[in-house]
Design a protein around this ligand. Structure first.
Ligand SMILES: Cc1cc2nc3c(=O)[nH]c(=O)nc-3n(C[C@H](O)[C@H](O)[C@H](O)COP(=O)(O)O)c2cc1C
Length: 331
């Protein structure tokens, strides 16, 4: 049995986990492994690489997620991503959206483990960094332990040792991507059984983990936890990861301190011409459950989108939170 170091990661999320989001998340946790949004292999090969792949060195460890199903193109994209300095490459075998299915990749590939295996082989020839897979526990009528085992075994034979498994199947017809993250019921037991059957593989579980306690419970059974929506909507959760899961000192002691540390980055981005809202939208949930949270959200939502909005908008919003906190402690 191989003993893997336990990991915590923030899930890849389109439109959400961009470089600004990741920089912010990194302030909150040193231990979290961060993922990019899914990028298609064709976009990596033909697109604006600085815009698609650029990231700050502070973001490490950062994993790029690729979408695609054509071995040579996936290998070429992997090579480019490795050159950009990513720590690992993850293949998306979990996204059910129509757009992705038309390109014939994402969750539909669970039905074609040989294609995924061929991509993995080509990518591993092209790069030295790990090639990993994120998949579902099943898709459509392919929804038994034996189906998942067959998929995992074939892809593992091609050299993948890390599988991130979203513990719910995907319905490729009739459900939107959003519904596919909510409707089919979770089946974490299937992921646990996978780990018991293949202790030689690093198994990371994903799906509706919302608290440090949830993560701790899962880490007792599998090697890693991946958190998506909870990390985005309530990012203060991330500030509890280093101490709560790894017994290390926390990176930051309060949401206000985290925001103070984010300010220089926001200013630098503004100087580069990045709109304020594009950077600070990822912080909307940071004060969740605290005095001033609603004022903060409102001030940012209403003002950061305005033309020419500058750092003062963020400073004003933070001042509102400070004032609410002061009032609360005076009361
Ligand atoms: C807005 C959004 C975008 C997502 N984009 C991706 C993506 O690009 N690649 C991917 O593998 N999964 C994507 N997902 C799925 C998440 O990575 C994750 O598997 C799912 O949200 C379940 O985890 P959670 O319950 O902790 O959110 C996305 C989810 C959301 C909410």
């Amino acid at each position: 049995m191989t003993n893997f170091e336990k990991t915590f990661s923030v899930a890849p999320m389109m439109e959400w986990t961009d470089r600004h989001c990741r920089f912010f998340h990194r302030i909150l946790s040193r231990r979290a492994v961060l993922y990019t949004e899914m990028i298609t292999a064709d976009a990596v090969i033909h697109g604006d690489r600085e815009r698609l792949l650029g990231f700050s060195p502070q973001e490490h460890p950062v994993v790029v997620q690729l979408g695609g199903a054509e071995p040579e193109r996936m290998a070429e994209a992997a090579r480019i991503c490795a050159e950009w300095g990513y720590d690992a490459i993850n293949i998306n075998v979990g996204c059910p959206s129509d757009r992705v299915q038309r390109g014939w990749f994402g969750a539909v590939l669970m039905k074609e483990p040989e294609t995924v295996a061929a991509c993995v082989r080509a990518m591993r020839k092209a790069v030295d960094i790990p090639v990993t897979v994120k998949c579902r526990i099943g898709v459509d009528e392919m929804d038994t332990d034996a189906d998942l085992d067959r998929f995992v075994d074939m892809v593992a034979d091609a050299g993948v040792t890390t599988f991130v498994v979203h513990a719910r199947k995907a319905w490729l017809q009739g459900l939107s991507p959003k519904e596919n993250r909510e409707k089919p019921p979770l089946n974490r037991a299937r992921v646990h059984r996978l780990k018991s059957r293949r202790p030689d593989l690093e198994i990371v579980i994903n799906g509706e983990l919302a608290t440090i306690e949830d993560c701790r419970n899962e880490l007792a059974r599998v090697d890693g936890v991946m958190v998506g929506r909870a990390a985005y909507y309530t990012p203060w959760l991330l500030a509890q990861v280093d101490a709560g899961l790894f017994g290390e000192t926390a990176s930051v002691t309060s949401p206000l301190q985290a925001m103070e540390r984010f300010l220089p980055y926001v200013e630098a981005q503004l100087e580069k011409g990045v709109p304020l809202h594009a950077v600070v939208r990822h912080t909307l949930g940071i004060f969740h459950g605290m005095p001033g949270a609603r004022l903060y959200r409102r001030h940012i939502s209403e003002n950061a989108v305005k033309d020419g909005a500058g750092i003062e908008v963020l400073r004003e919003a933070l001042a509102m939170v400070r004032e609410q906190l002061a009032r609360r402690s005076a009361a």
